[in-house]
Design a protein around this ligand. Structure first.
Ligand code: MN
Length: 470
């Protein structure tokens, strides 16, 4: 290697690591959350009262993660927190946080609690009370409220308690006292990412690419799926991820055709196809990135033939992804390319229009092309599904006829795939156990749609080169 190219290479490495320096994931300022709450409160009718729960502690074995919509409006990381929003009371009294009481004897075991002082100074609450106060306060404010907007964060017990009290009051009222689920309203806000969110999402994607680079050279015969998984988790956590964006999928051979295989306990067999669908969470934001390549890094003719179709499908989807485009146009474009390609290889047989109308491609392409990303890997926000037969399969209800139009600030994936299981009916065995998915993350800007993750190579020669580097 020429000394200058070595130097350039080192500089590139340095820049990559400098831009992803292992800083603790940032806390956006209280003004960011205050602005979101103000926007939400402006949408609520006069006399509304909104109650939000941070969500239950599900797993004592991992770091507590508050519900995404709760976080979106509060930035509060602590369990057993409830937020009360009263849009019509004077400024300075509209936002109450109910949090755990400070208690050193308990904190010594399970960690410092935020407490009521910091709930105000660090998290912007107008009023901060211990969570034991919630029931009493709730009843008091219910007397003045004319509608209830509830977000339970997945805590069914909380929902029942709040609803029981509201319904008791409503049943004794001569005017109607409606109760609404707040989730769709917050979801529509979350669909359009603000600059703070976009910065965090970009970082989550960049860190995820670093994880993929770490895994590529480990795809060697005799090694384990777990080694690739471990390298990626290690990269994410070393980059200050609190957790992965989702359970990593590193499936080789027979597991490459299983969409959500996450055991990662098989030995890599020479030449077997690997689907690696792994990404980091950063600052609560989830990336979602998939690359597929064979163990040892040399594509067979059959693997290459399928790979080229999937890559062409993804590019065709991206070509449709312009501001104003409807979500289903992306999916339709991927289906068109995949059906053409599989017909040409003789894996699908028959008439193209019939195959598409009967959705027979689903034997090999059983999922949608796209979903929103953000605080959740399958992020909140409607796809504006229309014209769906009542008996349609769930994935069709979710994706295929999605009328949602791409608007600036939306973030989503394009992830076509082809999966040919062993014993696939009427399919030449040479195609069996080839599973390939290519998934990238996209951001809608004012005038274009930007691929955030496409610097991670997708072309076969580049992938082969990266895997040989070992
Ligand atoms: Mn995905």
């Amino acid at each position: 290697m020429h000394p200058r190219s070595l130097l350039l290479g080192l500089l590139c490495l340095f820049n990559l690591s400098a831009s992803l320096a292992a800083a603790p994931s940032p806390e956006p300022g209280t003004e960011v959350y205050a602005a979101r709450r103000a926007k939400l409160m402006a949408m609520l009718p006069k006399g509304a009262m909104a109650v939000l729960n941070a969500g239950p502690e599900i797993d004592s074995n991992s770091i507590y993660r508050p519900d995404s919509s709760f976080w979106y409006l509060t930035g509060m990381p602590e369990a057993q927190t409830v937020a009360l929003l009263l849009p019509d009371v004077p400024v300075g009294q509209r936002y109450t946080l109910f949090t755990q009481a400070k208690n050193w004897e308990k904190e010594q075991w399970t960690g410092y609690r935020i407490g009521q002082t910091q709930a105000k100074t660090r998290y912007g609450a107008d009023i901060a009370l211990v969570n034991d106060e919630f029931s009493k306060q709730m009843l008091e404010h219910m007397r003045d409220a004319s509608s209830l907007w509830l977000y339970d964060g997945g805590d069914a017990k909380f929902r029942e308690q709040v609803l029981a009290n509201w319904n008791k009051r409503a049943s004794n009222s001569i005017t109607s006292l409606p109760v609404y689920n707040l989730a769709p309203t917050i979801a529509e806000m979350r669909l359009i990412k603000d600059p703070t969110e976009i910065a965090l999402l970009r970082h989550a994607v960049d860190l995820s690419l670093k994880a993929h680079y770490a895994a590529l050279p480990l795809a060697q015969a005799g090694a384990g799926e777990w080694g690739m998984r471990a390298a990626m988790i290690g990269t994410c956590l070393a980059g200050a991820s609190a957790r992965m964006a989702y359970s990593p999928i590193v499936g080789s051979g027979v597991n490459s055709v299983v969409l959500h295989y996450d055991a990662a306990n098989q030995v890599l067999q020479p030449g077997a196809m690997i689907v690696n669908d792994t990404a980091c969470e950063y600052g609560m934001y989830a990336a979602d990135v998939t690359r597929s390549y064979p163990v040892g890094g040399k594509f067979s003719a059959e693997q290459k033939a399928i790979y080229d179709i999937v890559l062409a499908a993804q590019n065709a989807g991206y070509a449709k992804a312009v501001p104003g485009a409807r979500m289903h146009e992306i999916f339709d474009a991927t289906v068109d390319v995949i059906v053409d390609g599989l017909l040409k290889l003789g894996i699908l047989k028959g008439n193209k229009a019939e195959i598409i109308a009967e959705r027979r491609y689903r034997s090999f392409y059983p999922h949608g092309s796209s979903h929103w990303i953000g605080l959740d890997v399958h992020d909140a926000g409607s796809y504006e599904v229309a014209r769906v037969p009542v008996d349609a399969a769930p994935h069709l209800r979710n994706y295929a006829p999605a009328q949602a139009q791409l608007r600036a600030g939306m973030a989503f994936t394009i992830e076509p795939g082809i999966y040919i299981p062993a014993d696939a009916k009427d399919v030449d065995p040479k195609w069996w156990n080839i599973g390939i998915r290519i998934e990238d993350d996209y951001l809608v800007n004012a005038k274009n749609v930007e691929c955030l993750s496409c610097s991670l190579p997708r072309a076969i020669p580049e992938l082969e080169r990266l895997m040989r580097k070992h």
